[in-house]
Design a protein around this ligand. Structure first.
Ligand SMILES: *[C@@H]1O[C@H](CO)[C@@H](O)[C@H](O)[C@H]1NC(C)=O
Ligand SMILES: *[C@@H]1O[C@H](CO)[C@@H](O)[C@H](O)[C@H]1NC(C)=O
Ligand SMILES: *[C@@H]1O[C@H](CO)[C@@H](O)[C@H](O)[C@H]1NC(C)=O
Ligand SMILES: [Zn+2]
Length: 414
């Protein structure tokens, strides 16, 4: 604290010196001084940034870019480990609203699962606000799953996101973090991840917002070029070498946030697909055995090469409307929980390992991650008017009911 005060006075002193310097009368009568801009006395509340001023990311220098805070975009295993000493992480992720229509699936396929080290398995929910039941978000959090962001409005068309600037992303993503922590009564710090709707990147903008608001990683950027071997997570201090399948991709140097690349699967004809439910040439939707082999085949591409995290990204409706696919998913989860060197984890746990990579036997021996459940005094809210449309909403929260249905620009519905 004392050093902060000292810094402040130093800064004040410097500012005064500069301002005084500008008032020194020029001895040259031909010299007209530039108009003096008054230094602002107020701290800016939101960081101001002109996207054109960002430095361009340069080619990555592995000597300068080192863990735990910097990593070049590469398929190399962190820490220079051999594949057989590397834990194979599996990340299960679901998108969109959480409500009574999908919670039963989550309960039946996820709850109570454990990895071979005895620790609970993770999963990550990229939640969008509209139609979300926050009491159920609180329930998922209390079962140890990671809650992450998929925007407040989830607006169409995807082009809205492609052209979204800093302020739009701030209202959709940074404000959603406050919103979800408030209504689900979960800790703000536990919300670390971002997935843009439709996996539509917004150039530098979302990463700038993440850097400024302390969001740790993005999970929106697909790669089909780095499937075999797969791309590991990396930072944007330097230029990314990842293929840009959904432009615009970030090209500025933006330290702090991590990219967790979505390594595509390969369908039965060899074509890439990012979400398991977006594959074109899939096995018959009623053929559980064929689906199990399809999933395991994609997993093995990671497990038998550089062990880049294996992502299983899917929408709940695909599982609930295709019981054979759901059964194959459960069989796959059972397979993983019997492998001594594979672990189903929250997305943010992958990053924790990447920042401080340790061999698989050391990782296995670590104590399980602890989390403290948060009480939810639930309330059923509604009817609430939508201020952005003509709709009437009902929703459940772990807090006092808002005045209107929350939306961008008014995330707490006050
Ligand atoms: C991102 O920032 C870089 C560096 O300033 C710039 O060249 C690039 O055009 C920006 N990207 C977008 C989509 O604005
Ligand atoms: C998953 O992530 C949440 C939020 O970061 C954390 O509280 C929880 O402990 C994690 N669960 C597991 C099983 O690691
Ligand atoms: C939020 O969680 C905390 C910690 O469990 C609890 O003390 C508090 O009463 C909860 N608030 C609501 C409104 O549910
Ligand atoms: Zn979505």
């Amino acid at each position: 604290m004392r050093s902060l005060v000292l810094l402040f006075y130093l800064f004040l002193g410097l500012t005064i010196a500069v301002v005084q310097g500008q008032f020194v009368p020029s001895p040259d009568p031909l010299f007209t001084p530039d108009p003096v801009t008054e230094p602002s006395t107020e701290e800016p509340t939101t960081p101001e940034r002109d996207p054109n001023e960002l430095p361009l990311g340069e080619e990555c220098n592995e000597e300068l870019c080192k863990l735990p805070d910097c990593r070049c975009s590469t398929t190399d295993i962190p820490g220079g480990l051999l594949p057989r000493n590397t834990p194979q992480f599996v990340t299960i992720t679901f998108d969109d609203a959480i409500n009574v229509r999908n919670i039963e699936t989550y309960r039946s396929i996820l709850y109570g699962r454990k990895n071979s080290n005895g620790c609970p398995s993770g999963a990550t929910f990229f939640v969008s606000h509209e139609y979300t039941d926050y009491v159920l978000v609180n329930e998922l959090y209390n079962h140890g799953y990671e809650i992450a962001l998929n925007s407040i409005s989830h607006r169409t068309p995807p082009d809205y996101w492609a052209t979204a600037n800093y302020d739009v992303i701030k209202e959709e993503i940074a404000d959603q973090r406050i919103q979800i922590a408030h209504f689900a009564n979960i800790s703000t710090e536990s919300v670390k991840g971002v997935r843009l709707p439709f996996l539509q990147l917004a150039g530098n903008a979302s990463f700038q917002v993440m850097a400024d608001y302390g969001l740790e990683y993005d999970s929106s950027w697909p790669t089909s070029a780095y499937r075999d071997p797969g791309l590991w997570p990396y930072t944007l201090d330097y230029a990314s070498t990842q293929d840009c399948t959904m432009p615009p991709c970030p090209t500025a140097s933006i330290p702090k946030p991590w990219v967790q690349p979505l390594v595509s699967w390969t369908d039965l004809q060899g074509l890439p697909c990012v979400m398991a439910d977006s594959c074109h040439f899939t096995p018959d939707l009623e053929d559980e055995e064929a689906w199990y082999k399809f999933i395991v085949g994609n997993f093995e591409r990671h497990y038998f090469s550089n062990r880049a995290p294996f992502g299983f990204h899917i929408h709940e409706w695909y599982l609930s409307s295709n019981p054979a696919v759901q059964a194959a998913f459960v069989r796959f989860m059972n397979l993983i929980s019997n492998l001594p060197d594979a672990f189903v984890v929250n997305s943010s746990e992958v990053l924790e390992w990447v920042k401080n990579p340790v061999p698989v036997d050391v990782y296995r021996a670590k104590p399980c991650r602890q989390w403290s459940p948060r009480i939810c005094f639930s309330r059923d809210c509604g009817p609430l008017a939508g201020e952005h449309n003509e709709m009437i909403y009902w929703f459940n929260v772990c807090n006092v009911c808002p005045r209107v249905y929350p939306w961008t620009g008014n995330p707490l519905g006050r």
